[in-house]
Write a protein that binds this ligand. Structure first.
Ligand code: HEM
Length: 143
């Protein structure tokens, strides 16, 4: 990602990153199979879950993870450390039986959410595509 791409990813992420529960709810709504991989959320009504503490805690964990990844984009010196956290995430999720397809679904729901809640344009779309590809390239190698 070049400098401009990194900037547009950071700018648009800053516009949505405080909507943690809305983001996770949008993903679960489109993909109940993802919700059902969570023993504590499986089969529960999304409307009730949304206002629960475990749900917001988990939404915050995921969003913070992505925030961390994004904050290190463009810092070449940190890339070995970034690879390490992404590989760990891949291993943890492999152990939980999460599939590549579910991660792709997660990614497309996240993009759709960004499109609807940030100052999105073709440049942002392209930059996000690259940023997600780069993240998943490492995660998938451990999944
Ligand atoms: C934790 C499932 C995608 C980041 C977890 C947990 C489950 C899970 C079951 C453990 C929850 C607990 O018992 O506390 C899934 C499924 C996904 C998915 C089914 C389908 C796409 C993602 C993505 C990210 C992410 C895309 C970030 C980019 C995390 C983090 C944790 C976590 C940071 C907490 C640390 C850990 O226990 O590994 N996930 N996850 N997850 N997930 Fe995911």
């Amino acid at each position: 990602l070049d400098h401009d791409e990194v900037e547009v990813v950071k700018k648009t992420w800053n516009e949505v990153k405080n909507k943690e529960t809305e983001i996770l709810a949008a993903i679960f709504k489109e993909h109940p199979d993802i919700q059902n991989k969570f023993p504590m959320f499986a089969g529960k009504s999304l409307d009730q879950l949304k206002s629960s503490q475990p749900f917001s805690l988990h939404a915050t964990r995921i969003v913070s993870f992505i925030t961390q990844y994004i904050s290190l984009l463009g810092h070449d010196e940190t890339q070995p450390a970034v690879k390490t956290i992404l590989n760990e995430m891949g291993q943890n999720h492999r152990n939980r039986g999460v599939t590549k397809q579910q991660l792709e679904e997660f990614g497309s729901s996240l993009m759709k959410f960004m499109k609807e809640h940030s100052s999105w344009n073709d440049k942002a779309e392209h930059a996000w595509h690259d940023a997600m590809d780069k993240m998943y390239f490492v995660i998938f190698s451990s999944l």
